[in-house]
Design a protein around this ligand. Structure first.
Ligand code: FBP
Length: 546
């Protein structure tokens, strides 16, 4: 494998660890915990892993442990820093006993079920330290939820003498990690399961988890690109750039990029829902800002669009909920083609939802009616919302032009940023945070924990002051409808409209809409002054400052 000079230099970077993890640890247990919702039901579903305390690690005395092996799985979408979680776990496990081995399951949870694995040796590990991507073992979206899969898993875990499995994933994958931990505990199989909070979307966070890893680097990568576009935009002064950003349902990425780049417009899906805005309201909001800038002779600008926005327009949300139920019916399971599926849903949804369905452009309606990902999510990354909105804005401006309400020229360009940032080389923040998460997971394993997520807190302070520990996954759960059935799932964290990041944005957006107040963040820096290289996201800084 040929490697770049940056990668060579970056390989030598030693990620920082919290002080508590720099030597032997002792686990301090907090009080018993409760799930965030549906407590009685979650307790009944997870009798062996419910109510466990939050753990904090403090410096302790060394203890000798017999050798043990650990397995690791990368699950779901890529996020910068995954390799550092693995290197942290690798170093942590080896520090407990050099004879310990780490096995990686190939291409996600499917690797566990299909017994597809490799041993991660130090030679292999060293090639991936501080690099982006998940390519060391690959990732996948197979949903681990059937007893049959758990039983196939235990066969290979026993064969490889694996004492604990670490699952690196988002809310859905960690939900599955929790179900697996409960199953193995109930069966007394003696295999621990530990989760790790990953996703660029930033929606796996709560009182205990400050941020999911990868959010920092992905947002900084998109912000660099948005900044470059804004400079081009302000140089040529002839285009409105419509930029869709990944993030699935949550608008955290769009909001963070807005805080970093100060675009003219940033839509926030959660606000669209709270204000019960229709698609036309959203279009009118953008068109008004375009018209206002045109009055000053500014026929250019930038619009950030969270990829999930369509799901938050109340009428469309209602439609999607019914489509999910209809598509989960046994009858839908026999459909053979996309056209058949579209016709099927048209015949089976209510009259009100059919009217919404038919009012949408055909390509958008088709995408909503087509297949979900294995976790039941609409594949919003496939919907070209940036083109849809700019087309509708152009139509509205054309009408306004006729009545003299709009005086400008409207040219548009479209972008979708998602895959560009998911495998970027981790920022110093993600490199350190991920390495610490992995190293910390080895301490949770050594302390016999299962059904826990590895957590590192206080990350706006210098790394030495970070707090390491574990949180029971059941604590984050409630019941939600998935594929037509109520299921225990980790509660997704959407943008809070009374939270500090949104409030800061809302206080400045009128000025940013009118003025050309662009900020050009530039590329991620790995060496140099700390205010350039080591700053966490603005979202996290605002959240922690409140
Ligand atoms: P995870 O939730 O698995 O981390 O994935 C996040 C994400 O990047 C979303 O932002 C996006 O909607 C989706 O994955 C795209 O999925 P795919 O990689 O299957 O195209």
């Amino acid at each position: 494998m040929a490697i770049s000079n940056l990668q060579k230099a970056r390989a030598a970077y030693q990620p920082k660890l919290p002080k508590a993890l720099q030597g032997p640890v002792k686990a301090i247990e907090g009080a018993a915990t409760q799930s965030v919702g549906n407590q009685a039901e979650i307790k009944e579903l997870f009798p062996n892993t419910y109510g466990m305390p939050v753990i904090t690690f403090e410096p302790g005395e060394p203890t000798a442990l017999p050798p043990f092996n650990v397995g690791i799985i990368l699950s779901g979408g890529q996020a910068p820093g995954g390799h550092n979680v693995i290197s942290g776990l690798f170093d942590g496990v080896k520090s407990l006993n050099p004879a310990n081995k780490l096995y990686g399951f190939i291409l996600g949870p499917g690797g566990l079920v299909d017994h597809n694995y490799m041993e991660i040796t130090s030679d292999i590990m060293d090639k991936y330290r501080n690099t982006g991507g998940f390519d060391i073992i690959g990732s996948g979206r197979t949903k681990l939820e059937e007893v049959d899969q758990f039983e196939k898993g235990i066969q290979i875990l026993r064969e490889l003498n694996i004492k604990a499995l670490v699952i690196i994933g988002g809310d859905d994958s960690n939900t599955n990690a929790c179900v697996l931990a409960e199953y193995y505990a109930a069966k007394k199989y003696g295999v621990q399961v530990i989760g790790c909070p990953k996703t660029i979307d930033g929606d796996l966070k709560n009182e205990q988890i400050e941020t999911s890893f990868g959010f920092d680097t992905a947002c900084k990568t998109y912000s660099e690109l948005i900044g470059n576009i804004q400079r081009d935009c302000n140089s040529a002064r002839k285009y409105w750039h419509f930029i869709k950003l990944m993030g699935r349902s949550a608008s955290h990425i769009a909001l963070e990029c807005a805080l970093q780049c100060q675009p003219n417009i940033c839509l926030i899906s959660e606000e669209v829902e709270a204000k019960a805005m229709s698609l036309d309201d959203v279009v009118t909001y953008i068109a008004k800002a375009v018209a206002k800038r045109a009055e000053e002779g500014n026929n250019f600008g930038t619009v950030l669009i969270p990829e999930g926005i369509i799901e938050f327009i109340p009428a469309i949300k209602k439609l999607i909920a019914e489509l999910n139920d209809v598509l989960a019916s046994p009858e839908a399971g026999t459909i053979n083609s996309a056209n058949e599926q579209i016709e099927f849903v048209k015949q089976h949804i209510s009259r009100e939802n059919l009217a919404t369905f038919l009012s949408l452009p055909a390509d958008v309606a088709a995408q909503l009616a087509l297949d979900r990902d294995p976790h039941g999510n609409v594949q919003v990354s496939l919907i070209e919302t940036e083109k849809l909105l700019s087309r509708m804005v152009a139509d509205k401006l054309a009408v306004w032009k006729k009545s003299g309400k709009y005086v400008g020229k409207f040219g548009s360009q479209h972008h979708f940023f998602g895959y560009e940032g998911r495998c970027a080389a981790p920022s110093n923040y993600d490199a350190d945070y991920c390495y610490s998460l992995g190293y910390n997971a080895s301490r949770l394993i050594a302390n016999g924990k299962t059904g826990y997520m590895s957590i590192i807190k206080n990350t706006t302070a210098p790394a030495a002051e970070w707090i390491a520990g574990g949180v029971p996954i059941t604590m984050m759960m409630n019941l939600e409808k998935r594929n037509g059935k109520m299921k225990p799932v980790i509660r997704k964290a959407l943008v809070e409209l009374d939270g500090a990041p949104f409030k800061f944005f809302a206080a400045h957006r009128e000025e940013w809409a009118k003025e050309t107040a662009y900020v050009y963040p530039g590329p991620i820096q790995y060496w140099g002054p700390t205010e350039v290289c080591d700053q966490p996201t603005i979202t996290l800084q605002l959240e922690k400052a409140k």
